[in-house]
Design a protein around this ligand. Sequence first.
Ligand SMILES: Cc1ncc(COP(=O)(O)O)c(C=O)c1O
Length: 390
Amino acid sequence: MISRKITASIQSGSMIRKMFEEGNRLKGIYGEDNVYDFSIGNPDLEPPEEVVRSLCALTASPAPGMHGYMSNNGYLSTRTAVARSISTASVTVPPEAICMTVGAAGAMNAVLKSILDPGDEVILLSPFFMEYINYIENHCGVAVIVPTDPDTFMPNMDRIDAAIGPKTKAIIINSPNNPSGALYPKEILSALNDRLLSHDRVIHIISDEPYRELVYDGGSAPSTISVIKNLIICYSWSKSLSLPGERIGYSAVSPEHEDFELLTQAIVLANRILGSVNAPALFQKVIEFSIQAKVDITNYEERRNLLYDILIGAGFTVSKPAGAFYLFARSPEDDLEFCKRCAEERILVVPGSAFSCPGYFRLAFCASEKTIRGSADAFRVIGRSYGLCD
Ligand SMILES: Cc1ncc(COP(=O)(O)O)c(C=O)c1O
């Protein structure tokens, strides 16, 4: 017998995965080129040259002992490079602040395991990446959902304040955001920090930042570490270096954090207890040697513009996202029904309900230019069927 909880999870399933599977089914029938799959955020750019070069050099002449056990927080040389890369003029991050992890998902699980007692609450700002609920429940926590402001998707301080109770342990923020693409300005981060510090105990701000480098129109994501005191960053190179299959990321505790000593030790222990033990050795080294590398985001920016124009042309209501690689548009009817209607035209999108935000749908624009251009006629057919365009 398997557990009741996992049985229920299997039955409900992930909506994103379901759309992905539906895409594969349709591709089998109509052919790869005739299905417009915007369902999953799987980066389709190859990793940068520097990454490939580092990987080749490391495998050609591995350092002795490179594949052995190591400290559970990872190689000191890698953590030193990472700590330097996130230090700012006002905050110097020491290598002890960093724990190398199995992607951002591994970092979030290690962090939540470190801070949650059963029944503790974690505030989530909807729309949000639905796996957060699983991560919180893994560690017997309770998710408390607080909606962001409509259409801007910015955190609403009064609503957050109202949701804080005696059991609130943390809030998770994610900017640039999956699925809305919203980028929180420094003033918002600062206001959030002030509000949480006004409570008489530590409320951790967990900043999930896998899209940090994916910011468009010449902008950049403000550094959270120079603004937020009780901060824990969860990061991965899944998106910024197109390495999601390599499962490499880190957690970073702000040196200003009130619980710095104990928390950093707790995360390392949690990383071990969770079974990953340490992050993959080879890719820690790859990251260390290519810490400055980045994928070319002009590519994503062009595709964002292209898909945005197609949606606007078909009469949809959508704002241009400042970052990440998703468009979050208003659904002209119940979002689950709307996604079924899109599938009839061989377009795969994910309902806002999958992000705790019904009334919208998400499109991942990390799809090929051909797929995006190819979808234009089908979007017009759909738009017309709802009276959104001629
Ligand atoms: C907001 C957000 N956080 C975390 C993750 C998980 O990242 P990783 O694959 O590095 O574990 C994802 C993946 O899509 C994401 O969108």
